[in-house]
Design a protein around this ligand. Structure first.
Ligand code: COA
Length: 369
């Protein structure tokens, strides 16, 4: 058997690509997207501008912004026209399973087509699951505004701005698991739809994009601030992880948690009842304390999913739609990474260390029955 000392479990710290798209500084808690701090983008530019930033390499001028908005609007209308043909896929009980199946039927290699489809299929799944017919897109609206309207039946300025802030915040984030997945698929020369469908599969997992629904369930289970510490300690005693806490790269609080917390506060200031913000802050403090005691050497702080749960709940999206809403935003990053991989990358084909038996290994004979 070979030594496994040279195996980088989870590829932690392994640099697999040179990218101009985004940079995660885990020590200082800084996220730079296309040359801009995420804090400088959120609230200052709409999601459409970040789509331009990621796909074109620079923030769009006014004319390009109008073109992107129109392109996404047209893509939503086209996706809506395809809804009858993806009816079967959208019947799945889980939104991400539905999205994966519906997107798999897409044709073409055009980012806007994929971005429009992810938003429309996500909203249509929500309507269908709650017993209502899908609402046709309104191409004159921004992507976030229209997503909210199509998914919930209503929208308003404050809630649309909060959802837009969310989409901007999570559009890209370094070499996360789903982005790596998309780049691996693209590196083989495969098509954009295949890369995005694979990325959806990676995003679905609870260690990646599947966490915000469980965060909301945790807040519901805790119910009141005084229950937080015993509840959290019970989870750790049962060897379960606290959802929305910890990160592979960040050793400080995820900067996106602060951005989303502020966006939720802005929603409150606009008169929207956000419900769980006060409890969430108390639970975050309690979780930090409990985790510090259990893992004194491993800093574990809130990640993006913690306040994603609070914000998406406050804008009125159902919790079973949270991960698909994440996909609506992250599709921008995936599309940009696929394009970058095609331009400058090489086939991604790492190596493994074989630790099994070999034909000439004596152990093979003693252990086989
Ligand atoms: N709750 C409890 N313990 C946690 C934890 C959490 N949320 N996150 C990490 N830990 C512990 C691990 O149990 C491990 O302890 P051990 O060495 O005693 O076994 C230690 O911290 C290191 O964790 P590790 O699994 O090596 O970290 P990772 O980099 O592989 O994992 C995450 C990163 C995000 C997967 C992990 O923090 C996690 O599972 N968080 C909860 C899920 C979540 O919120 N995901 C969304 C991420 S944006």
């Amino acid at each position: 058997m070979g030594t496994i000392d040279d195996v980088k479990e989870g590829l932690e710290g392994v640099v697999v690509a040179a990218t101009r798209l985004s940079d995660v500084d885990g020590e200082r808690g800084r996220l730079v997207v296309g040359g801009h701090d995420v804090e400088a983008l959120v609230g200052a530019v709409p999601f459409e501008a970040v789509v331009g930033l990621l796909l074109d390499g620079r923030l769009p001028d006014a004319a390009r912004l109008v073109a992107i908005r129109a392109g996404l609007g047209a893509a939503r209308v086209a996706a809506s026209g395809r809804l009858p043909s993806v009816e079967g896929a959208l019947a799945r009980a889980d939104a991400m399973d539905a999205l994966r199946g519906a997107l798999a039927q897409l044709e073409g290699d055009e980012p806007f087509t994929v971005l429009g489809a992810v938003a429309v299929y996500t909203a249509a799944w929500a309507r269908r699951t709650h017993g209502e017919a899908p609402l046709p897109p309104d191409p004159s609206l921004g992507h976030a505004d229209d997503l909210l309207r199509m998914a919930t039946g209503t929208t308003d300025e404050a809630r649309a701005a909060a959802l837009d802030a969310y989409l901007v915040t999570v559009a890209d984030h370094g070499m996360n698991a789903s982005t790596f997945t998309a780049r691996v698929v693209a590196s083989t020369g495969s098509d954009l739809v295949s890369a995005v469908v694979a990325a959806i599969g990676a995003l679905k997992g609870p260690l990646h994009g599947g966490a915000p629904g469980p965060v909301l369930s945790m807040l519901d289970a805790i119910g009141a601030e005084e229950n937080a510490v015993p509840w959290l300690e019970g989870e750790l005693a049962a060897r379960r992880r606290i959802m929305g806490m910890g990160h592979r790269v960040y050793r400080v609080r995820d900067p996106r948690a602060a951005v989303l917390e502020r966006a939720t506060l802005a929603l409150e200031a606009a008169g929207v009842v956000t419900g769980r913000l006060v409890l969430a802050r108390a639970v975050e403090r309690a979780a930090e304390g409990v985790l510090r005691r259990r893992h004194p050497d491993r800093p574990l702080h809130a990640n993006v999913e913690f306040y994603t749960a609070v914000l998406l709940d406050a804008v009125g999206l159902p919790r079973d739609l949270f991960t698909a809403t994440f996909a609506v935003a992250r599709t921008a990053g995936w599309c940009a990474h696929v394009a970058e991989q095609r331009r400058s990358g090489r086939l991604i084909r790492p190596a493994s260390r074989y630790v099994g038996q070999r034909p000439d290994d004596g152990a093979a004979h003693t252990s086989s029955h």
